[in-house]
Design a protein around this ligand. Structure first.
Ligand code: BG6
Length: 483
């Protein structure tokens, strides 16, 4: 583990949304919980604010986002925080040099178009080299497609080595994501059943009731495929599909993740409709209230063809997964906040007790985190009838601290652990998977779905014979009549 007692955390774009909503609440929780005592945190941004104004702004937001907020904890934490106004150029950044005694993390809380220029300006100012280690943190999106991702890398690479760069995909800091690997690799009974001989399908769903929430300038250009699938959902997919690493080592992990992404069958431009569905929400009802359609939202043109829902069917051309469909979907303004990774085994070859049934293993992420194993058993009473039994392990006990993903990821950056941060080749391979779909969708009118529904009806066309999408709810398995 690196020595990090004296390190400085520099937040660039410190007056922005990421810092106030996610980073400072995470820093506060780590501090309050005794996990990290920051010595120097420097907020850097172009706003000409005084230190007092910056601290008041952070305090106000902590009160909103942290529960419980304790004034005396904040008073101690705030002593380590300072603010410096400046432009994102080498000259202004050089002013930070004398304030950084040793190791430092530079966290870019900036709009994506500034990642390259900021990384370069930090390099020109000499902040990319010590005393002490120097690290750069950037958040997705890493590019807009494969060529722009490569261009971004080229603008950063002259200044920062790959092992100095931490790309945040915050899903990898979520407990359930980490648990997929732990659960897979610590339980022997899963190991021998984790392949195409036994598994018939995998469905990864991330449904949100949220709409665009004032982010229309970004979202209307991005769409669901770029916003959620290219990064978060493909990362979750790698956790399910990768080969077991031989050691808990970041490089090993990334090799296996990149390998499985490389094995994903490429979708030919003329076959995109068979493998991907774009949807856009129209007016509807959510939790009993009428909600506007996407094109009625502030800032969105009536003619917008941006997808607010995307679904993909992927096949992995390797021995382990030959022929198994992986379904990935995510949408805004769906019926529920419901997120899960669901793996279904094949039915038994001869079902002695009536109609077919098949077992599921479900990693639930939202609304709460749990692992469900759905198996079948005799229904109590007379006759041999089957009914599903759900073995559930609630993942968190009541009263346990609720961390966002950022606490874990910040600690990992400070400790220099790359395992939860996508390496560039993973990003690259993910773009290779989605780029043909993005091109095919450039002028496509997405399929409509009502706000508050489970997505466009057209999503069903992706399903292999005999399979169907899971509902956004727990109780989907029904009993079967027996002999
Ligand atoms: C972000 C997307 O990366 O992830 C958002 O830009 C999405 O559109 C969010 O709402 C979902 O993550 P979480 O952790 O808030 O459920």
């Amino acid at each position: 583990m690196d020595h990090h007692d004296d390190m400085t955390l520099v937040l660039l774009g410190a007056t922005g949304d990421l810092t106030r909503r996610l980073l400072f609440p995470a820093i506060y929780r780590l501090y309050a919980d005794g996990k990290w005592s920051p010595k120097h945190i420097i907020g850097f941004a172009k706003e000409d604010w005084s230190q007092e104004k910056f601290l008041a702004h952070i305090e106000e937001n902590l009160k909103q986002f942290v529960e419980p907020f304790d004034t005396s904890t904040w008073k101690r934490l705030r002593d380590s925080i300072s603010y410096q106004a400046g432009d994102l150029d080498a000259k202004s950044l050089e002013g930070l040099k004398s304030r950084i005694p040793k190791a430092a993390v530079f966290y870019l809380g900036l709009p994506p178009q500034l990642f390259g220029p900021a990384a370069e300006a930090l390099g020109q100012a000499g902040l990319n080299r010590g005393p002490g280690w120097r690290r750069l943190v950037i958040e997705k999106p890493f590019g807009w497609d494969l060529p722009s991702a490569e261009a971004l890398r080229e603008s950063i690479a002259p200044w920062w080595d790959e092992d100095q760069i931490f790309r945040i995909d915050h899903f990898l800091g979520k407990d359930t994501a980490q648990n997929v690997l732990v659960f897979r690799f610590v339980n022997r009974i899963l190991g021998s059943l984790w392949d195409s001989e036994h598994i018939q399908q995998v469905q990864i769903t991330y449904a949100e009731t949220l709409g665009v929430e004032g982010r229309w300038q970004y979202y209307d250009r991005a769409g669901a495929l770029r916003d959620m699938l290219q990064n978060h959902l493909l990362q979750l997919f790698t956790l399910v599909a990768m080969e077991p690493p031989s050691d808990w080592d970041a490089a090993d992990l990334h090799n296996h993740k990149a390998e499985v992404l490389r094995s994903v069958r490429r979708i030919a431009p003329e076959r995109v409709a068979d493998f991907a569905v774009a949807g856009q929400y129209g007016r509807g009802t959510l939790e009993g209230k009428p909600v506007a359609g996407y094109t009625d939202e502030e800032g969105i043109a009536a003619s917008s063809t941006t997808e607010t829902y995307a679904a993909l069917k992927l096949f992995v051309d390797n021995w382990r997964w030959h022929g198994v469909p992986f379904y990935l979907r995510s949408g805004k303004r769906m019926a529920k906040d419901w997120a899960e990774i669901a793996v279904q085994w094949r039915p038994v070859p001869e079902n002695l007790f009536g109609a077919g049934s098949a077992d599921w293993l479900i990693f639930r992420m939202k609304p709460d985190e749990a692992i469900d194993l759905v198996m079948w058993a005799k229904r109590p009473g007379l006759g041999l009838y089957t009914a599903p039994v759900v073995l559930t392990s609630p993942y968190k006990k009541a009263g346990e601290i609720e961390y966002s993903a950022y606490e874990q990821l910040l600690l990992d950056v400070i400790q220099g652990d790359h395992s939860a941060f996508p390496r560039f080749d993973e990003v690259e391979e993910s773009w290779r998977i989605v780029d043909p779909i993005l091109s095919a969708w450039a002028n496509l009118q997405p399929e409509p779905y009502a706000a508050g529904s489970e997505g466009p009806a057209a999503q069903d066309r992706l399903m292999e014979p005999g399979l169907s999408w899971r509902h956004l709810s727990l109780n989907q398995a029904s009993g079967h009549e027996g002999v």
